[in-house]
Design a binder for this molecule. Structure first.
Ligand SMILES: [Ca+2]
Length: 274
């Protein structure tokens, strides 16, 4: 894979080789670089869109979806008449290395028939994004963060999620979370929205403590149509050494399930990182 570098800004000296290198700035610090810029017009590149957790119910699609007739990723959450049956569709990716700061931008289509309900088992958290560092798992498996959609009268609230000591990833209520109750509202159904995610890992490892009494200096910020939405400004890190993320996925397990087939679409995914 070729990494694109913005050469409109002066390059610097690579501290490791002492040679001029466009991936470093004038202070010798690594610069943001484009990791991925996908229009999905021909295929979903399986060499990049892959990870240990695997893809689920995604396909390449060229139907006219809200005026978009080019190629895009279709994510089908299969409907089931039983209200406690979950659904799942996720687009996974593996970055070329661990990045300490990442920005994702993409277009997301929310179907007109989208209805986010609360089943009788009460589980209604539907994954929106996950990022992780080493192995997808729980305690001491490296940094993880993300966000999930929670039911809100048929619409969805977006809540950022961070590490829970010994318990994977979940909402950081009281640990810096600001949720967005209007992330998917009536006006967002049957329409494309532009999503931006900016995540920066905490600079210090092992600055996490159970109960959130110690928070970190990392953050994860979500933007809907270029307006700041849900965010966590106190993300902590776990483990020692370099902090950041290498793996992740968009959308994912939907604990609410859906009564009818519910098709999301993703297009124009740009990922930059440092
Ligand atoms: Ca496209």
């Amino acid at each position: 894979m070729t990494e694109m570098v913005d050469k409109s800004v002066a390059g610097g000296v690579n501290p490791n080789t002492n040679l001029l290198d466009w991936s470093y700035d004038e202070n010798g610090d690594p610069k943001f670089r484009t990791i991925r810029n996908d229009t999905f017009d021909s295929v979903i590149d399986s060499s990049f869109y892959t990870s240990e957790t695997g893809n689920y119910y995604i396909s390449h699609d060229t139907a006219n979806v809200g005026g978009n007739t080019g190629g895009k990723v279709k994510l089908r959450f299969t409907g089931n008449v039983s209200e406690t049956v979950d659904a799942m569709a996720q687009l996974t990716f593996t970055l070329p290395r661990i990045f300490k700061e990442l920005i994702f931008e993409y277009d997301l289509y929310v179907p007109a028939n989208y209805s986010h309900t609360i089943p009788s088992d009460n589980a209604n958290n539907n994954k929106f994004l996950r990022l992780w560092q080493t192995t997808y798992g729980f305690y001491h498996a490296g940094n993880k963060c993300g966000a999930s959609l929670f039911a809100n009268s048929g619409n969805s609230t977006l809540i950022p999620e961070c590490m829970h000591f010994g318990d994977g990833v979940g909402p950081g209520i009281g640990w810096g979370d600001t949720s967005d109750t209007g992330f998917i509202g009536a006006a967002d159904k049957g329409a494309w929205m532009h999503v931006k995610v900016h995540a920066k890992a905490a600079t210090v490892g092992n600055n996490f403590s159970e109960g959130g009494t110690t928070c970190g200096d990392g953050f994860i910020r979500f933007y809907k149509n270029d307006v700041l939405s849900a965010r966590n400004e106190k993300m902590a890190s776990i483990g020692t050494g370099a902090q950041g993320w290498k793996y992740g996925y968009l959308m994912g397990a939907a604990n609410s399930g859906f009564r009818v087939d519910t098709d999301f679409y993703i297009d124009n995914l740009v990922i930059i990182g440092v």
